[in-house]
Design a protein around this ligand. Sequence first.
Ligand code: TRH
Length: 390
Amino acid sequence: MQPVKDRATSLALFCKVVDNYGDIGICWRFARQLQREHGIAVTLWVDDLPTFQRICPDVALDAEAQQLAGVAVRHWRDQEGVFAPGDVADIVIEFFACDIPPGYIAAMAGCDPRPVWLNLEGLTAEEWVEGCHTLPSPHPRLPLTKHFFFPGFTSKTGGLLRESALEGQRRQFQSEPAAMAAFLARFGVAPAEMASLKVSLFCYPHAPVAEMFAAWQSGDAPVTCLVPEGVAVEAVRAFLGSAAGAGAAATRGALTVRVLPFVAQPDYDKLLWACDLNFVRGEDSFVRAQWAGKPFIWHIYPQDENLHHVKLRAFLQRYCVNMDSLTAFSLHWNGAPAPGVGERADWSALWPPFQADMAEVARRSAGWQGEMLANGDLASNLLKFSRSLR
Ligand code: TRH
């Protein structure tokens, strides 16, 4: 279905880069989709341009204001700005509860009508989200009400970020083996490696990568592991026996490891589509892996007191229907003890059953996509909710 164009609406999205790439990765994807598919005039306020540049090489580091892919990008330097009601967008979104400048909030209070103000939250599969999604939070002093908006995996949440053309692009790419081979050849993947199990690896530094490498190396089926530069640096360096810069590669036993440059966001999707198995992390690559229709293993962002294990289990409970090998593998990858397998992971024992179930896991991936599509996409759901408030 064609989304309804809404040319009159403006939207300001405030993004503070706390750590890593996920915050700006999500906001940049979201901003482009709102502009391209819904005709919204989006201003993306972001505090960290160098991190932004890694996923979008067109970003100019010294520009206070720049236009990128139809989105007005503003360097959010500090909280000091002075704003008038005319500067305020129709919809104001703070990502992940970041504090937007007090001057902007004061200007919001002076608007007539007042803008829609949303706090776009992080993704979790936990049930409590359904009770908090769209809840209002009145400002203690000003005549403004902020609403919480939660992405999620059920119809009682805001759904997941997904561009309307994404599925078509993926199917097209995956239907052309030559295009996939040409894409991977850019990173040095040799024709013979195309027949191996191709794995992309994106994880946090504490993932048990060295142990996984050892299991693949001594296995009987060839594996080609593609690792973006800067990821799992210690294990990659140890395997290569040299520096782990982009372009570095080595083969030991059944395993070939190749270091890739950190690619722009659209190419990262292609990488996920071209591989047979994807290790992803955080929030955005995790969601992209779900749309890639391939088996994936999620490394969740660590939190104090192992709170992330609760979130991991909540997701696995929804996703891993009758897939014990995937559950065991995922829990151990995240250092979360798996019932029946013991606390210490034996990767040579965990890998074969998972590998044997991979076709089944891929089928589940397709079924899951169907379920997620039925919830609509985050951008459309958010705009629908915003209109209901105006
Ligand atoms: O970078 P992350 O670890 O981000 C995390 C999560 O968002 C987490 O929820 C948040 O709380 C924490 O940061 C602070 O992982 P994530 O979310 O997958 O974001 C990575 C982004 O980088 C994603 O948009 C994909 C993109 N990317 C590229 O564009 N090129 C690449 O080569 C790679 C590996 C990733």
